[in-house]
Write a protein that binds this ligand. Sequence first.
Ligand code: ADP
Ligand code: MG
Length: 243
Amino acid sequence: MNQQVISIQNITKTVTTGGKEKNLEILHGVSLTANQGEFLSIVGPSGSGKSTLLHCMSGLSKPTSGSVTILGVDPYKLRPAKSAIFRRTQVGFIFQSYNLIPALPAFDNIVLPLRLSRKKVDEQKIDQLLKDINFNADPANFVTALSGGERQKVAIARVLVSNCRVIFADEPTGALDSVSGKIIFGLLRDLTKQGVCVVMVTHDIEMAAHTDRAITLRDGQLRQILDKPNAQELFEALNAEKK
Ligand SMILES: Nc1ncnc2c1ncn2[C@@H]1O[C@H](COP(=O)(O)OP(=O)(O)O)[C@@H](O)[C@H]1O
Ligand SMILES: [Mg+2]
């Protein structure tokens, strides 16, 4: 179970800002790999480039230089139609309300990738999953009628039913109460046991301490790689990053 599924080599990301400094380099050459069945966490101070890194490594935002390979594929070299299929079938994204469709009910948002891939929709299984993650709203409600936490759960449920092989999650439990957060972490952990690779940005040291490997980021650079991190190590690594 240690086949490499993600590899990023020396990626940089420069954005154009409206401010004085026109071109701002946010990532300064980050290299990293992740394996099948691995739960990898990315931690670091706010503004250190975590979300930018996750977007670049997940195929959503092309790095300015460097290479990205997911499941042997360069996601930035796929033609649009292939890219859509790749994203729908192989990769799951849990980004703050990313790509939820406001004009559709919560339930339809969850099953959309399955329907687009003409896969069977097991309504009972989805109802049970929603119960499991304490989704207390009506799945027939439009996404716009849901709270931030409930939307987050819709985005999570959609990924959990999708059978994807790699999941990218940006603060997936950020908008949730701690009980829901723990449940969702447990479900992601179960997926890694089935061979799914999960890459998660988190502020939550306790949660990162239960992942297989944590990397710390500061000022757009990878600083430390902690195998089987514990909370104390993470706390120290993060405090070192603040100095
Ligand atoms: N499109 C953008 N234009 C200008 N600055 C950006 C852009 N995206 C991110 N940044 C800046 O890059 C830095 C890293 O951002 P981000 O990746 O969101 O950090 P994190 O997720 O660790 O909080 C921040 O200082 C942010 O303001
Ligand atoms: Mg962020």
